[in-house]
Design a protein around this ligand. Structure first.
Ligand SMILES: [Fe+2]
Ligand SMILES: [Fe+2]
Length: 168
């Protein structure tokens, strides 16, 4: 099982996405902390929703960047994002509706997917960026459009602002 500790192997070399990835790691760590601490700290469901909201926004930004820069593996990468989001949303709704329970096993699934995705698929577009650095279109944080994730109603949080977790 890969560790959730950040190291330089996870850097893709596109600053805004490296910052996003670090924040996703922090959000997932908060999920573990909230789930396993005694007494409980915060609301675990809401901390998972904050992770899902941020991941949704991050994936959207990566996909816009790949499309704008004609990344050759765009369709393949989009499929990886979509399959993960379909799975985690299904798990989350099963928990909300009582067909499943939030657990360390669910977080381990997310950790496994996230670390492997960043290390393998995201670093691949990082190498593409490095070899095409003179032609890339950049997006700034100011260009970002906030997204509202389907799980937002669960904790009334809507989209978590960059750099903060406000419901868990
Ligand atoms: Fe990513
Ligand atoms: Fe990605």
């Amino acid at each position: 099982m890969p560790t959730l500790r950040w190291n330089d192997n996870f850097n893709v070399g596109v600053e805004q996405f490296d910052l996003d990835h670090r924040h996703l790691f922090e959000l997932l760590k908060s999920c573990y902390d909230n789930l396993t601490s005694v007494p409980p700290v915060g609301d675990f469901g809401c901390s998972l929703d904050a992770f899902i909201d941020y991941a949704t926004d991050h994936f959207n930004e990566e996909e816009k960047w790949m499309k704008a820069n004609n990344y050759p593996k765009f369709a393949e990468h989009l499929n990886l994002h979509d399959r993960f989001m379909t799975k985690i949303i299904e798990i989350r709704f099963d928990c909300i509706e009582g067909r499943n329970s939030l657990s360390v096993g669910i977080l381990d699934f997310v950790k496994y997917w996230l670390t492997n995705h960043v290390w393998a698929a995201d670093t691949s577009y990082g190498r593409f960026a490095a070899s095409n650095s003179n032609h890339l279109r950049r997006r700034s944080y100011a260009d970002r459009e906030p997204s509202v994730h389907p799980t937002a109603y669960a904790c009334q949080s809507q989209h978590a602002p960059r750099g903060s977790v406000h419901c868990g």
